[in-house]
Design a protein around this ligand. Structure first.
Ligand code: HEC
Ligand code: HEC
Length: 319
């Protein structure tokens, strides 16, 4: 069967070929010439919220997303009413919690780093190792997880039904006869998470043709990102992820490429939270050896001088 990603790989290859290296870059003229190729790969859809993909048995609706948002903030989904989804996925931090690893209820079990929830409507796999294949299959898991929310459905359903405003929201979202249940809670949460989309920013204006939307340093960083750094080999598309699993030298199992939007807000980084800064993330990529088990998409050895690193970080912060 034909690889559905083939056209993208061809474009990516073409873009690598036509992107001039730093010495050849004369300035804005060259950039304007190359930009249309990059636009094919990185352009944000005009209005992503207007066209959110959703499964046939849980179509998108505003009422469901509103209910899902209310549930996302509601500690009654947890066993001791002490935690809500937002405890670990704070909108102010790109929907992360600022911790190396999420805090377990027993204070000792090792959880993963809480990932950002931006732009997941277009993802195919969820959790760092991709073990859930839909947001519906994801949303109930932290509720039941003993170290995350330790919720129990009979209590959750009773609490939600007893709250008049919440019960009304269930009816608005799912119909006059609807009541809170594991299914409706899960579907509403998944619908809300689907609606979490990163806003258009300076990078989007740049890729649309407004070269000056990025500084010279940020543009140099973009050229490294798509050129010598090879970052776009996995972090591509307007969400900056190929949605695939790769071994990148941290831990022993393949991890889903995270999107990089609002990356300056989501430290610490990586599934184990082992990198505190973007500088440390880049040092990791430059330190990788020839280990053949790692993803072939990684540029190795990756030689970046200190100016390159500054440029690359400036670019990442512009996302
Ligand atoms: C105790 C902190 C904590 C709470 C509470 C929590 N999460 Fe998470 N969340 C995490 C961690 C840690 C991961 C990564 C787990 C893994 O991959 O093994 C994660 C992963 C996710 C993902 C997958 C993201 C991706 O890119 O694949 C989604 C979606 C998500 N959480 C939504 C929710 C929702 C919805 C709730 C509430 C029902 C919630 N989370 C509650 C810590 C938390
Ligand atoms: C082979 C595919 C691949 C390539 C090439 C690649 N990355 Fe990554 N990137 C990943 C994966 C997979 C992770 C998650 C690794 C983990 O958590 O263990 C990641 C994580 C990151 C993170 C942390 C994101 C977060 O939310 O924690 C940043 C930042 C990042 N990469 C930037 C870059 C830069 C800059 C380059 C180029 C120098 C690059 N990546 C090249 C696949 C790739």
């Amino acid at each position: 069967m034909r690889n559905p990603l083939l056209p993208f790989f061809c474009l990516l290859l073409l873009a690598f070929i036509v992107t001039p290296n730093r010495a050849l870059l004369a300035g804005p003229t060259t950039e304007t010439a190359v930009l249309p190729v990059w636009r094919e790969i990185f352009a944000r859809p005009k209005d992503p919220l207007a066209d959110l993909p959703a499964p046939a048995d849980n179509p998108f609706s505003e009422a469901k997303a509103r209910l899902g948002q209310a549930l996302f903030l509601n500690p009654r989904l947890s066993g001791d009413d002490a935690r809500a989804c937002v405890s670990c996925h704070d909108p102010e931090r790109g929907f992360t919690d600022g911790l190396k690893r999420a805090a377990p209820r027993d204070g000792k079990t090792e959880l993963a780093n809480a990932p950002s929830l931006l732009n997941l409507a277009w993802s195919k796999h969820f959790f760092w190792d991709g073990r859930a294949d839909s947001l519906e299959d994801q949303a109930w898991q932290p509720i039941e997880n003993r170290q995350e929310m330790a919720g129990a459905w009979p209590k959750i359903v009773a609490d939600l039904a007893a709250d008049h405003d919440t019960a009304d929201m269930f009816r608005a979202a799912f119909g006059a006869d609807a009541t809170p249940s594991k299914t409706t809670v899960t579907q509403a949460l998944a619908t809300y998470v689907r609606s979490i989309v990163s806003p258009a920013g300076r990078f989007d204006r740049f890729i649309d043709g407004d070269i000056d939307a990025l500084s010279a340093e940020e543009r140099a960083g973009f050229r490294l990102f798509v050129g010598k750094g090879g970052c776009a080999g996995c972090h591509w598309g307007w969400r900056f992820t190929d949605d695939r699993m790769h071994l990148t030298g941290i831990g022993s199992i393949p991890i889903k490429t995270p999107g990089l939007r609002q990356i300056s807000k989501t430290a610490p980084y990586m599934h184990d939270g082992s990198k505190t800064t973007l500088d440390e993330v880049i040092s990791h990529y430059t330190s990788l050896s020839g280990d053949r088990s790692l993803s072939p998409n990684l540029v190795r050895p990756l030689a970046l001088d200190s100016q390159d690193v500054r440029d690359l970080i400036a670019f990442l912060k512009a996302l």
